[in-house]
Design a protein around this ligand. Structure first.
Ligand code: 3MF
Ligand code: MG
Length: 344
């Protein structure tokens, strides 16, 4: 059984990251489950109702691409996106593109280009850049204006590489986050990512968009519905990471729909009305307390919550919302959404 969204939005099937089924370590304690080999996580994702998987280059390196593609195909899974990690290896402890060390920046460029080739090899159309360690813990440790120029140069270089080799086949989605692992991160929110894109070379700008993550907006204290509306308005919503976050604190990657169902309902309305055509993926972490046998509970809970909200969102009366807007009844709109959520 595959979880599928109805209506004319995207391909319908859902996806998740291979890293979502991790062994349960956190900064205060080691793993609570045996690590499942990455390749064996693909059938688990398929059994949990996913149609797509996502992976980093440290999880599926270029050399393993063929093996991973075959395994994914054997269980009916496609690659939604691939992503270079500028945060796992210690060489990138101070970032990749924005490192003060020119040799590290060169290495980041090499990794990004290799990741473009692996994205193609895995059959995905989207490559994501999460800002990861691109940031600073102490002011003046980096020159902020210089860092921004390094980001522009780095993204321009990878964009041109891809354009020259593959035309418009691969699109790049920048995933913003305000903090964690760094105290402060460049490309902290959707607006910053859009600004960066506006500074890229004209002939490759169309290849760049954003991958907003609902919890990341929340960590910044921002509203994720508006963040996603902004990306849609700019025609830059190339990918999406759905999850939940219990307030402004450390990154939790909770199951989608758990903390703010009313906003999640509104988000579904927004995606439906904009006819979002990308793939919907979860970035949810199997909790450390869950037993190995239940490691995919987080995907089932997220998917069921999304499907229920999605069906309810399809039934939301758009005319009623328009009428309430025209009558300046914003509180009544909140009440109507609650009725759609909790009513029969
Ligand atoms: C961290 C994240 C990342 C990104 C991933 C994709 C490890 O908060 O959200 O997950 O989603 O790197 O580029
Ligand atoms: Mg994410």
């Amino acid at each position: 059984m595959r979880y599928t969204l109805s209506g004319k939005v995207g391909p319908g099937g859902l996806g998740a990251g291979v890293w979502n089924l991790g062994p349960g370590g956190d900064p205060f304690g080691g793993p609570t489950r045996d690590a499942i080999p990455i390749i064996d996580r693909l059938p688990l994702l398929a059994e949990a109702g996913m149609s797509y998987y996502e992976a980093h280059d440290h999880e599926i390196p270029a050399a393993d691409a063929e093996k991973a593609k075959a395994k994914a195909e054997s269980v009916g899974l496609k690659c939604a996106m691939y992503t270079p990690s500028f945060f796992a290896d210690k060489i990138f402890k101070d970032g990749g593109m924005t490192s003060n060390d020119a040799s590290v920046r060169t290495l980041a460029g090499d990794n990004a280009r290799r990741a473009v080739d692996t994205t193609v090899a895995l059959g995905a159309n989207v490559m994501v850049f999460w800002n990861g360690r691109e940031g600073f813990d102490f002011v003046l440790a980096k020159d902020g204006r210089e860092s921004f120029k390094r980001l522009v140069a780095g993204f321009n270089a990878v964009g041109h590489y891809s354009k020259d080799k593959y035309g418009d086949k691969i699109r790049f989605a920048i995933e913003p986050k305000p903090n964690e692992p760094r105290a402060n991160m460049y490309l902290a929110n959707v607006g910053e990512a859009l600004y960066l894109i506006s500074r890229l070379d004209n002939d490759i700008q169309h290849l760049f968009g954003v991958n907003p993550e609902t919890a990341h907006s929340r960590i910044a204290g921002l509203d994720y519905v508006w963040d996603i509306e902004m990306a849609l308005e700019a025609n830059k919503l190339f990918h999406i990471h759905l999850n939940a976050q219990d307030g402004q604190r450390y990154d939790q990657d909770l199951p989608f729909g758990y903390t703010e169902p009313l906003k999640d309902l509104a988000l579904c309305v927004v995606l439906q009305d904009a006819k979002y055509d990308g793939i919907v993926c979860f970035d949810v972490k199997a909790p450390r307390t869950d037993d190995p046998a239940n490691i995919t509970d987080v995907l089932h809970v997220s998917s069921k919550n999304l499907l229920w909200l999605w069906e309810r969102a399809l039934k939301v009366d758009r005319k009623k919302i328009a009428d309430l807007r025209a009558a300046n009844r914003s509180t009544a709109i909140a009440g109507y959404l609650a009725e759609c959520l909790y009513g029969h």
